[in-house]
Design a protein around this ligand. Structure first.
Ligand code: FES
Length: 238
């Protein structure tokens, strides 16, 4: 091959390889997904004020769909941004907590293992203040989200990273904004490994009974926040 042609061929090969590499890098990034801005409300129908949240207490609201529950937590300590990845090795940077102390976080309450979630009757998954006391599944630390179904443990201060158990990716993050002037909280989207399609497939019949035909409807404008102990009759603590 003539030298000039060979150099050009190499150049094209290198450029293609670079393009493929950058495509792969692009494909491996999870981008935030917007579902619309939803103001979090208290049970009296007023915008929830972030300063009224009790630290280290489980709260539940629904977002981005009428049937998909979310844990809202004031961790009582700052939750800094952290790099995480989904089970497909797609990377994302969780932006950390919001509010005056960067301590308020929200995660989809659908366990990444077998999609256990809190209902009005029963909840196997919740945040636990301090360490869990179950001797068979010692706690990997204090202040974790535990799923009692198969004992996955997620660290909410680290973007719900998995610390233990069969779950193989963090809980999907729900993106929040805090309006410092009004002290309101607004849900704006998701970031991470969404499991909503699997969730609706698995529980189609159950959700139609629990929530009705609007189960898969996007939450519009407002979502009511309740303490888990008020939302659910039997919160299981393992
Ligand atoms: S469903 Fe949560 S650990 Fe299995």
């Amino acid at each position: 091959m003539e030298r000039r042609v060979f150099v050009e061929a190499c150049g094209v090969g290198a450029a293609s390889a670079l393009a493929l590499m950058s495509q792969a890098a692009w494909a491996a990034q999870v981008r935030p997904k917007s579902y619309g801005r939803v103001v979090l409300m208290d049970e009296e129908g007023r915008p929830l004020r972030a300063s009224t949240l009790k630290p280290q207490t489980n709260y539940v609201f629904h977002y981005p769909f009428e049937a998909t529950p979310v844990f809202l937590l004031d961790l009582g300590k700052p939750a800094p941004p952290i790099d995480l990845q989904t089970r497909d090795k797609a990377r994302y940077r969780w932006p950390g907590g919001v509010g005056p102390r960067a301590s308020i976080v929200a995660f989809s309450a659908i366990c990444a293992h077998k999609l256990v979630y809190p209902t009005r009757e029963l909840s196997f998954i919740s945040f636990r203040k301090g360490a869990a006391v179950n001797p068979q599944t010692p706690s990997k630390g204090d202040d974790l989200i535990h799923c009692c179904a198969d004992h996955s443990q997620y660290d909410p201060v680290k973007g719900a990273q998995v610390l233990s158990g069969p779950a193989d990716q963090p809980l999907c993050a729900i993106l929040l904004e805090h309006d410092a002037r009004s002290d309101r909280l607004i849900a704006t989207g998701t970031l991470g490994g969404e499991l909503f399609d699997e969730f609706f497939r698995k529980y189609e019949m159950k959700l139609s009974l629990e929530v009705g035909p609007q189960a898969r409807q996007i939450v519009a404008a407002q979502s009511v926040v309740r303490e888990l102990d008020r939302f659910c009759r039997n919160p299981v603590r393992c």
